[in-house]
Ligand binder design. Sequence first.
Ligand code: EPZ
Length: 429
Amino acid sequence: MDRIKIIGGNKLNGIIPISGAKNAALPLMIASLLTDDILTLENLPHLVDVELLIRILGNHGVDYSVNGRRERQDGNYFRTVHFHARHIVNTTAPYDLVAKMRASFWVIGSLLARMGEAEVSLPGGCAIGTRPVDFILDGLRALGTEINIENGYVRAKASKGLLGGQYTFPKVTVGGTHVMLMAASLARGDTVLHNAACEPEIVNLAECLNRMGANITGAGTPKIHISGVSSLSGARIKIIPDRIEIGTYAMAVAMTGGDVMLKGADPQLLDSVLQILRQMGVNIAENADGIRIQHDGNAIEPGDIETRPFPGFPTDLQAQFMGLMTRANGTSHITETIFENRFMHVQELVRLGARISLSGQTAIVEGVARLQGAQVMATDLRASVSLVIAGLSAGGETIINRVYHLDRGFECLEEKLSNCGADIKRVHG
Ligand code: EPZ
């Protein structure tokens, strides 16, 4: 199995091109099931999760073609991919595919809307928590879907088509909002969603659906109104920059010191994060090219955060922030409110010399002067990258096992970092 080897201590200097957002790409790809016409996605990142979803959609009958080869333009990876679900050949999403990637459960909304039925395996638990799908199912019931759960599968049926309705999410859910947007777009009548997720990825999806002919207003606010239409057409849309990638590299520079231009980064996507980094003494300048991050490499100020739905501090940057705080000039408190089990990186950071204790959903991080390289193991995507950040600033060699987690969500990670002076490489085998 591949591993990442890092010799820490180098400052980061240069340009990092920011890729398209994984968490915007996945629902946009799923939206292709809603039309028999072509949906073209620009700026699709080259990631294992994207490849996996291409396979899953292929199982339902979605063809895809790449505009030319995967190409590099102006230092940036760039792919335009056409998705075409001319005929849906299968409305079942089997366990072996859904279990590999939770977001594939979201096909349920699009299949139901287009075909009036779907049979999708329950995704099961995962490394960051139980992650139930109850709100997704309740939302679909509110649109007139009959749901039965048998043998680990959700069997959903709307024989006469979906009907518009009202649904209030008991808790903000990104996936739930994506599914309801897709389903309600083809429902008969109006749907109003309350307590909807406001994440930029939701806005990206709503914009795409509107280009396909849907009638959605209020995306990006907690109340979304969808007037159903009878069919959707093809469209072309650009995937937004990956705000988690932006935040991750900003934190890496804050930790190692240096001067890096995050090219293509949009500051509006992560205002809460940039604000807190500024308070800690990181120099952040925004211009038309992106965001420039500068830091001298001295210990930064500690900070307290609580993860929250957008526009709050994202849970997907919690592990990286903890990595950064391990070397802060004092004690920080990090509270995870979205997922109940998202602290698996704590013990691995401790292996690198961090001082962290847990009290319920809060991690108390006492900054230390120096981290030391070690062998570490990661349990999920964001936990893995927090170990990369910590390894870049640790003395000596850090080996990160289970690299496949990183490949799910970070495009060309080693290349982007080594182009900026990091000593990082992949060891095959
Ligand atoms: C999305 O997951 C992201 N995944 C996650 O990113 C991200 O951490 C999460 O949103 C929160 O921002 C993608 O976009 C592909 P949720 P999602 O539904 O939609 C509970 C990464 O590292 N809930 O917003 O699955 C749930 O258990 C990943 O890129 C229910 O209880 O998350 C959680 O506590 C990991 N019932 C909370 O809501 C439901 O039916 C928020 O989860 C649905 C959710």
